[in-house]
Design a binder for this molecule. Structure first.
Ligand code: THU
Length: 130
């Protein structure tokens, strides 16, 4: 199964009673294993979690801390970009040159690197004086 298929499939399980906006995400771990996540909303809205966060949690829970490819998909008019918070979550576990594919369910795709989606990222070097 490829990343797109995996993300499409998990997207169906998204729990989205409030936004009705289903998102699926898939990561290819450095081992080659694919990890997936969907958004899980909550009646206390800020407690909801994004699809990317779910996929990252699945990867880390399985014992991996690096991915080499990422993909996110939603039924949106243009390829769905990860929210700002998810960009920061993604760069924690993926190198700058890792490709992120943003998709619509209609088949449109935009590919960018992690560095492109989060320029000027905050990283551990900013804490070096502490
Ligand atoms: N959402 C994601 O899961 N990932 C994104 O990158 C963008 C937004 C979810 C959060 C919420 O459940 C719904 O989409 C609407 O914001």
């Amino acid at each position: 199964m490829d990343l797109r298929e995996a993300a499409e499939k998990v997207r169906e399980n998204a729990y989205v009673p409030y936004s009705k906006f289903k998102v699926g995400a898939a990561l290819r771990g450095a081992s080659g294993t694919i990890y997936v996540g969907c958004n899980v909303e909550n009646v206390a809205y800020p407690e909801g979690t994004c699809a990317e966060a779910g996929a990252i949690a699945a990867m880390v829970a399985a014992g991996e801390t690096e991915f080499t490819e990422a993909l996110v998909i939603a039924d949106s008019p243009t390829p769905v970009p990860p929210c700002g918070g998810c960009r920061q979550k993604l760069v924690e576990f993926g190198k700058a040159e890792v490709k992120l594919t943003m998709c619509t369910t209609d088949g449109a795709e935009t590919v960018m690197t992690l560095a492109e989606v989060l320029p000027g990222r905050f990283d551990a070097s900013h804490m070096e004086r502490t």
